[in-house]
Design a protein around this ligand. Structure first.
Ligand SMILES: Nc1ncnc2c1ncn2[C@@H]1O[C@H](COP(=O)(O)OP(=O)(O)OP(=O)(O)O)[C@@H](O)[C@H]1O
Length: 264
């Protein structure tokens, strides 16, 4: 009998400390293909989780599997990185690079073959609407264009796992609408994790929502389920998802004693 397919991402008791701060408190979660919204108040642990999955920060304890590889096994990291796309909140670049050179450089880091790189770079730039700015220098881009270049580099290898930390910051409304369409498209085959504070992004693009609070899972469900939690118009918030978010957080805080995000 064939084995059931493994989830793209599997966390078991994942714990992350930053010095004395507990940022993630024994998270056990799976993420399959689809677009997953990662929500939570400031300091909830969203960036800490994304950085571990992106293989740029270690777990303090617990087990993390990405695409079937245990991230504790350093020999597996190159294979995982080839199949990952990652947009950090702030990303570095050589200001003198053109947009095309910037994305091609990441393609090279991801070990794309010389034959496929050119077409992959053009496709990634087209997907974020930067095809006509390919020869512009990175230092001349506006904030929104820079973010789109960052999204293009995360997409260039057609990743199986795409990690985006607040990707819509700086995008204008038209670009955000197109970006959500892009997320839905990528999420058909890949597991996409997108951390955001923007309710519209969640409502339009995410199939599932994971709400973190103080390093723990405060709520998990489909976008529709979170919106249904916010059916009571007396709850704080202007949108059902915002009200669902508030209700889920309040419920979590009432039932779970505070543990993470505190120095001890
Ligand atoms: N480098 C660091 N050194 C010390 N503490 C840190 C460090 N990075 C994060 N923390 C702490 O870890 C906790 C989780 O932070 P994290 O950045 O993961 O949260 P977040 O949900 O991404 O927040 P935000 O919505 O503000 O981006 C917070 O208490 C934060 O202060």
């Amino acid at each position: 009998m064939p084995l059931p397919p493994r989830p793209h991402i599997s966390l078991s008791a994942l714990t992350v400390h930053h010095r004395k701060t507990l940022a993630l408190d024994a998270l056990t979660l799976d993420f399959e293909r689809g677009v997953h919204g990662l929500l939570g108040p400031n300091g909830a642990g969203k960036t800490s989780l994304i950085r571990v999955l992106a293989t740029v920060a270690p777990a303090t304890a617990g087990r993390v599997e990405v695409l079937g590889h245990d991230l504790a096994d350093r020999r597996a990291l190159p294979a995982v990185r080839r199949r990952l796309g990652y947009l950090p909140q702030d990303f570095g670049f050589y200001p003198g690079f053109t947009v095309r050179e910037f994305v091609a450089y990441v393609a090279w880091l991801k070990e794309l073959s010389r034959e496929t790189t050119g077409a992959a770079v053009e496709r990634a730039l087209e997907r974020v609407g930067l095809g006509d700015r390919a020869d512009a220098r990175m230092k001349t881009l506006s904030g929104g264009m820079l973010r789109r270049a960052g999204i293009a580099q995360a997409l260039v290898n057609e990743p199986d796992v795409l990690l985006l930390d607040e990707p819509t910051a700086g995008l204008d409304p038209e670009q955000r609408v197109e970006f959500r369409e892009l997320l839905r498209d990528v999420g058909r085959d890949a597991a996409v994790l997108v951390s955001t504070h923007l309710v519209e992004d969640v409502a339009a693009a995410c199939t599932e929502v994971t709400l973190l609070a103080e390093g723990r899972v405060a709520y998990r469900g489909t976008t529709e389920q979170l919106a249904a939690l916010g059916a009571d118009p007396a709850e704080a918030g202007d949108h059902p998802i915002e009200r669902g978010y508030t209700a889920a957080l309040r419920h979590h805080r009432a039932t779970a004693p505070s543990a993470a995000g505190v120095t001890r």
